[in-house]
Structures are given as C-alpha cells and as structure tokens.
Design a binder for this molecule. Sequence first.
Ligand code: GLA
Length: 348
Amino acid sequence: MKKLLLSVFFVSIVFPLISQAQPTLKDKYKKYFPIGAAVSPRVLKSADSVLVLSQFNSLVCENQMKPALVQAKEGVFTFKDADFVVAFAQRNNMKLRGHTLCWHAQTPDWFFKEGENPVSKEVLKERLRKHVETVVSRYKGKVYCWDVANEVISDKDDEYLRSSSPWVKNLGEEFLEVAFRAAHKADPKALLFYNDYDSEKPVKRDKIIRLVKSLKDKGVPVDGIGMQAHWKIGSPTREELEKAIDMYSALGVTVQFTELDVSVYQSDDQKQVSELSPEVDKQLADYYKMCFEVFREKKKKISGVTFWGVADNVTWLDNYPTRGRKNYPLLFNTKREPKQAFNEVVNF
Ligand code: GLA
C-alpha cells in the first residue's frame, strides 16, 4: 500500500514537474561529459531518486566510500552502504566515481597508531596498501575513476603539503606514491585522480601542478585532477577557471569538476537570504551560465562534472560554515523544481 501511494505520488506530482523542465542535464551534455550527483542510500530511497534518474548519468558516494565508513576498525571492512549505491548505479546504467581513498579527515585514528605509540612508516604504508587494494578491488570494473587522495595541499601560502595531515606527517609525499600505485595495481583500468578545493586559486593551483608533476616524473599513475568546485557566486572568475583548466590539462591529465555547488553567500556572517529572492536567483543563474560556458568550451580537457548534491532540500552548506543558515547552491530548489540556474545551464 505504502509503495503504491509512493508511486502515485511520483507519477502524479513529481514526474509532471520534471517533464516541464525538458531538456535534461544528462541529455543536453551527452556529447560533452557525464553529469553526476553525490548521493547516499538515504537520498536514493527518497523522492530525490526521481531527479537522480531523470537528470544525471553519473553518481558518487557522498560519504559511504570514505575510510571512516569503510574500515572504522582495522581489518573490519563495511561495504553495505557503498554497495547499495554501486548496485543502484549498475542497475540504472550510470557511471560511478569513487571517493575517496585517502584523506586527512574522516579517517580513523587507528591507521596512525600502534598501541599507544605512533605507527612506524612501514606499518603505515602496509595499512594504506591494504586499505586501497581492498576497496578498489571490490569495485573493480564498477567504479570507473577514483579520487585517490583528497586535499593534500596546504592552504597556507608559504607551506607546500598540509603538514597537519597525519599522512603527510608520517610519510610526506611518499604516501601518495603508495596509494596511487596500490590503486593502479588493484584496477589498472580505473582513472586515478588527485582531488582538491580552491584548485583554481593561483597559489594552490601552482602547488597542485608541482605535486602532480613530481608524481608523474616518478612514474606514479596519475590520470586526472579533480577540481572540487565548492564555489560562491562570482568566485572563481572566468579567467581563473580557464587558466586552471588549461594549466592542469597541459600536464597531460584530464580535469573533472568533482563536487560542484555554488554558495549564495559571500561571507560566513552574511544573513540568511530568502529562497525565492529574485536577485540571488538571477546572480546564481548568471554565474552557473558562465561556468558551463567555460566547461563546454573546454570539453576536450574535461571528463566529468559532478554536483555535490541533487537539490537544495539537502545540502551540506546548510550548516557549513554557518550553523543553521540555509543555502541554495544547486540547480533544483527545495521542492526539487528547476531553478533559473538550471535553465541557463541547459539552454545553449
Ligand atoms: C570535501 C570532501 C567531500 C565532502 C565535502 C563536504 O570537499 O572532499 O567528501 O566531505 O568536503 O561535504
């Protein structure tokens, strides 16, 4: 009965709303690049799944493949939630990105300790290898690309790698070599990415280039750079964006926008805006229009654009960085209807 009511709801209310919004993202961008969304099993079991299926042809797990969820305790792997998303993607012929194999956050402390003592280099490398090989092998042939390492570059202008990261502290740049090589060994066909935010800002961009160059010079298999693209209206500029894509591509790697959303706020203390504010809606639409113009112009250098969420009803930016403040960073509003930004992205 519950299932029947749910289907009636989808068919009579949700589908008509979506069909008014033709064309769809995935159709319009078929000849350009896959269009993805970050999801969880909860999202896929909710009414959001209608939008997921109609608009997107690629998925990524928002959290379910991160070390903290996959291997909370040493040697105890938990794949239930990740498997759910993988099965959904397979059933619906969608591509799937893997996110993320190593990161300084959402990674359990046990990796870095042996009893009460700090872990030795050799043990840490072995744990890293085992983690990467186990996760990548499980999804071999199902996950087409992996964010092997996330956010390794420092935010401080005068620091290269993030010295507060336990990976960097223990192993320096070598942890990247170990992780990329282990991922490649487990699935030689998967494309392997270095992923970071603010990757269009010149200082960070140049450090990412230095890192990827250095890895490639050592023969480490790096195929792509993931630009997270947690942006805000107006930033980055068209020039910054174009330059970063061109410079990354010149390294011989492909570029993906891996976590796209555009905050409607310029600062942490800016007051709550109304969802229906026409000014903000228009500014967001103009900004998205510019971004997708650049993506289309540079399609040969870009192999995917993934949104960090489906619709404004659920976004991590609701509470970050300002607690309790609602944000509207995506192409669909809280009722899952297309916003003006959606129209700008598909009408070209
Ligand atoms: C980073 C991570 C993502 C996610 C977002 C916030 O960008 O790469 O996995 O945690 O932050 O939701």
